[in-house]
Design a protein around this ligand. Structure first.
Ligand code: AMP
Ligand code: MG
Length: 403
């Protein structure tokens, strides 16, 4: 049995980054940036007014109220490109270039125009530099503004657009095959017969994988029959970068996933992790190069093990900087019991108290098959191995559950 940290390390070592691809900016939301982004221009590209008002020389305003002659107008997209002199002002709009000779902008609310709009009276003085964002104050041309490995969100899209990245290099989305095993399983549109249940794992795994950026294919439900299992896995290996199976990895007489993998020539990297729930998690690689995660069948174990291990692999394959779930710390709302040899990852809800502290509220649940209770979880509270009881109000580590 290996530790969770070791297992995650092994996953990262074997989940190599896929070749990257170039996509249009319009379709890049949520993808992982695979190139550093360099500014192709200064930002702002000129001294820019931050206000509607008057570009002036600050020294002209010191004895305000003062009157200055209006010599021109600079608006966004249409600047006034002469030199402004002492005693003069240029009417200016937000986003417009500040003319040469001006060193401050007095806002429109502190001025008014006189004499058929040929003169402006400044009601108050203005100090040098006021309401001007200097050229390159935000970014200089040639500066690296983003590094590869970040997930493209709305704000990053704006940065990419600003610097002309109509297309951008991103991590390729891994192709994931999802394979539920178990002779008791029937499809969602079937009424379970005697001794049967509906498959739910394919849906949770498929959704988590999709949210981690993967293209998901649901493979046919497969019974506990070794030849069927081998057939489905080797067929899926032809087109998938990753296969995620559920069920059939425990010690039962009909748990065939590991045997199937071994008979197909797979290399098993680990098969038991010191984790509750989710001990019998398998990570392997088929001769074709396809990675396989053999998750236990229990729906809660599936969520925990998928997000700790398979999700990490999918993000690493897309080149993400920090592919593993991030551990945070909060305050435990209720005492919980730990396990002897394994770290427990227990379903919990995150809230905030009046002091702004993160509160980790463990959910009442009936074990690794209680996925109804689990549906309310937003986090997993981590109780280290060997902890008898972690008391209420203790600090507790947790990970947020992905959507
Ligand atoms: P196993 O790991 O195959 O021993 O399965 C453990 C438990 O999870 C059993 O109660 C199974 O019926 C249940 N289970 C296995 N696969 C699924 C699935 N795809 N959807 C829902 N429950 C499942
Ligand atoms: Mg089974």
């Amino acid at each position: 049995m290996i530790s969770i940290a070791e297992a995650i390390q092994i996953v990262k070592e074997h989940a190599s980054q896929l070749p990257t691809e170039r996509v249009s900016l319009d379709t890049s939301l949520g993808r992982i940036l695979a190139q550093d982004i360099v500014a192709d221009s200064d930002l702002p590209p000129f001294d820019r007014s931050q206000m509607d008002g008057y570009a002036v020389r600050a020294s002209d305003s010191h004895n305000a109220p003062v009157r200055l002659r209006i010599v021109g107008e600079s608006s966004a997209g249409k600047g006034w490109h002469q030199e402004m002199h002492e005693g003069e002002a240029v009417r200016i709009m937000t986003g417009a270039p500040v003319p040469v000779g001006a060193d401050a902008v007095q806002q429109v609310e502190l001025a008014h125009e006189l004499k058929d709009n040929t003169v402006v009276e400044l009601l108050e003085s203005v100090e040098e530099g006021r309401s001007i964002v200097r050229r390159a104050a935000e970014v200089s041309e040639g500066q690296t503004v983003l590094r590869a490995g970040v997930t493209i969100n709305a704000a990053i899209l704006a940065v990419l657009a600003s610097f002309g990245y109509a297309e951008v290099e991103v991590g390729t989305r891994p192709r994931v095959g999802v394979l539920a095993t178990g002779s008791e399983l029937v499809a969602v549109d079937q009424k379970p017969g005697q001794d049967q249940i509906r498959d739910s794992n394919n849906y949770s795994i498929g959704a988590y994988a999709q949210n981690a950026g993967a293209f998901v294919t649901q493979l046919p439900l497969t019974g506990d029959e070794i030849s069927d299992l081998k057939k489905q896995i080797s067929k899926a290996a032809e087109t998938c970068d990753v296969i995620v199976t559920s069920g059939g990895v425990s010690m039962g007489v009909y748990d065939f996933t590991k045997t199937a993998l071994t008979e197909l020539g797979a290399e098993l990297f680990f098969e038991r992790v010191a984790l509750r729930p989710g001990k019998p998690t398998v990570f392997a690689r088929l001769p074709q190069g396809t990675l396989v995660f053999g998750l236990p069948g229990n729906p809660v174990s599936v969520s925990v093990t998928f997000n700790l291990f398979a999700r990490t692999a999918l993000l690493a394959m897309q080149g993400a900087n920090n592919p593993a779930l991030k551990t945070e710390t909060g305050v435990l709302a209720k005492a919980v019991k730990g396990a002897k040899e394994r770290d427990s990852y227990l379903p919990a809800q995150l809230t905030t108290n009046d002091d702004g502290q993160l509160i980790v509220f463990p959910l009442k649940w009936g074990g690794s098959s209680d996925f109804i209770a689990f549906a309310r979880a937003t986090a997993l509270a981590i109780i280290p191995a060997g902890t008898k009881t972690l008391d209420a109000d203790s600090l507790v580590k947790f990970v947020r559950l992905p959507e």
